[in-house]
Write a protein that binds this ligand. Structure first.
Ligand SMILES: [Zn+2]
Length: 84
């Protein structure tokens, strides 16, 4: 999966922090202004830093996709719910 494909299929892309579980909705159009279209989700996750205050962000992040309205309509897995 590349950035270009995310935009092409108009996917809802969420970046989840592996440390604190903080989630951020990503805009493929905006990312494409900064990154090449052939950039993979793995490369993107490696570059991403958690913006949550107090989070060291050391564990990196993972890119998840919201595919539909149902609670489990996520790929490759549902997000982790932590804390509040
Ligand atoms: Zn975090």
């Amino acid at each position: 999966m590349t950035l270009a494909q995310v935009q092409q299929f108009n996917l809802n892309m969420v970046l989840e922090c592996q440390w604190c579980g903080h989630k951020r909705l990503m805009d493929a159009g905006k990312l494409l202004l900064k990154f090449p279209p052939e950039m993979t989700m793995k490369q993107l996750a490696e570059r991403a830093r958690c913006k949550n205050r107090g989070c060291p962000g050391r564990s990196g992040a993972e890119v998840l996709f919201r595919l539909g309205d149902r609670k489990d309509d996520w790929w490759p897995r549902v997000p982790i719910i932590r804390g509040r």
